[in-house]
Write a protein that binds this ligand. Sequence first.
Ligand code: NAY
Length: 294
Amino acid sequence: HAKFKGIFPAFYACYDEVGEVSEEKTKQLVNYLYGKKVKGLYVGGSSGECIYQNLDERKQTLRYVAEEAKGKLTLIAHVGAPSTRDSIALAAYAEEQGYDALSSIPPIYFRLPERAIQKYWEDIMDATKLPFIIYNIPQTTGYQLSLDLFKKMMANEKVIGVKNSSMPVMDIERFKAAGKENTIVFNGPDEQFVAGRLMGADSGIGGTYAAMPELFLKANEFVTAGKFEEARAIQKEINDIIIALTSLEANMYAVIKESLKQRGLHIGSVREPLQAVSEHEIDKIKEITMKIEQ
Ligand code: NAY
């Protein structure tokens, strides 16, 4: 699974001036990240505002990214949606567009039993030939992936790994231990990237990687080289920036997009109910941008 090892920015929703999904801006963000030498992209997840986009808009983003990045970057399509039907439609579309793998959160809104969660993931997997990466993010879905369901899922040969966003770093070690020989575990919480790697994560997918790809690439290199003090120093820099990014009234993704804009990459703002940046926050974000550029 070498193509799944490395740094995978969670791709942002890219909008035009009136808030519609933009082909041009989507492709600009792809090229920006390709230029930074990331391994691949996680498209249409939390950071992609999937929950606030309709099926057509999600398909557009999947297509624009694939057109620009196919064969250059490893592409993972997040296809979790409120209904199995929509998830299957997205999965089939991602396969058509040449994605390397699918991924999905568990079902949302209703608190469904584990057998229903398993069925949902299996229905998505049955729809294509692509490998599948489970997405565990209890903070937003309310469901913590149990080791029991994880093991049941692992019995399916299409399941190649898990993106784990739960906060206990121990979960990464447990999933790694309960997985198959080549199971890929992706670290989810950016604030614990180095710790996650040390506990066994092979790779990382994160919502703040695109804001500071160099730092995550560097931290990853240091961990691989066994230079843990150096890795820890980078993690401190990352965390100082994440704390600044999340200290404003505006939503973190809005702040990151404003910071990218200040560096010349305009990909619009966020969709409501996520809160956009207000005028009085611009100067604060300039300070954060300076910190990132240092
Ligand atoms: C995705 O699907 O977009 C992600 O990978 C986002 C994962 C993020 N977790 C949450 C709860 O949103 O990367 C993290 C998060 O943005 C980061 O740790 C900063 O808090």
